[in-house]
Design a protein around this ligand. Structure first.
Ligand SMILES: [Zn+2]
Length: 272
């Protein structure tokens, strides 16, 4: 599943190229998670101003309105000239004078939604529940983070996955972050004191920033978001490494099921 770093790398892969492009229309495939909310004809004549990211949504700003794009479970975006006609899993093409922006999404949990502006209910419904951006230094302050931990009895892994405290710490990254911070995934959030919270706060930034960097370094060969996720998994410290030795202490990594998600951790380096 594309997580925040893959979405950010996707954004960087086409944001410069598409900024300023004139939209000529759109081609819709099978229905996605939510309806587009306008006709392809209504997009024709618009100009693309740029691409922002909020959580795992990409916001394609137009001179009138915006498109909110989500990659769902299996989606990937490509922006290129001379793409072949849409295949059976290509469900949205935005046609512009600089090329086609194509959403390829075999499982169709992804979405493209048009809204007249960001404060419109259609946009707010998708964006309003999101926590702060971990890579935005000003937004992701330590005091608010600590207060958020203090206010919750939820196991820390699940609190991070929920995305209301901070966005972007998906399942793979949550295991990696907690290992780096030395915190057991089942630890109730409010039991994490200021010193460990400081380590956790730093680990979130470090793991996500490194993943974006790594994805960014392969940007030239970047063809889809799943490729980037696979690349990250190869270098994971704990994720997917059950039974293999911890890089820190050699103890076999364990697997724990939490709310039907897999958590990988080192029983020696990570304390409750
Ligand atoms: Zn260890």
């Amino acid at each position: 599943m594309p997580e925040l770093p893959e979405v950010e790398v996707t954004r960087r892969s086409f944001s410069d190229a598409i900024a300023g492009a004139a939209v000529q229309g759109a081609v819709l495939g099978k229905p996605l998670r939510w309806p587009l909310g306008c006709t392809p004809g209504q997009l024709a004549g618009r100009r693309v101003l740029g691409v922002r990211r909020r959580g795992k949504y990409l916001l394609l700003d137009l001179d009138e309105g915006l498109l909110l794009l989500h990659l769902g479970m299996s989606g990937s975006l490509r922006f290129a000239r001379g793409l072949p006609p849409p295949g059976p899993h290509d469900h949205f093409d935005l046609l512009t004078d600089r090329g086609v922006l194509r959403l390829h999404d075999p499982r169709r949990f992804g979405a493209v939604v048009w809204a007249p502006h960001e404060q419109d209910e259609r946009a707010r419904k998708l964006l309003s529940g999101l926590g702060v951006e971990p890579l935005d230094e000003a937004a992701f302050g330590f005091d608010a983070f600590l207060a958020g931990l203090r206010a919750s009895r939820t196991p820390i892994k699940q609190l991070l996955l929920g995305g209301r405290l901070v966005v972007g710490v998906g399942n793979i990254y949550a295991s990696e972050v907690l290992h780096l911070a030395g915190i057991h995934p089942a630890t109730p959030a409010q039991r994490i004191g200021p010193i460990r919270a400081r380590r956790l706060h730093a680990a979130i930034r470090q793991v996500l920033a490194r993943a974006v960097e790594r994805g960014g370094s392969t940007l030239r060969d970047f063809s889809n978001a799943e490729g980037a996720a696979g690349h990250f998994q190869l270098e994971a410290s704990v994720y997917g490494r059950e039974g293999q030795p911890c890089h820190g202490c050699g103890t076999p990594i364990r697997l724990l099921r939490q709310g039907q998600r897999s958590s990988y951790f080192c029983p020696r380096c990570q304390r409750a």
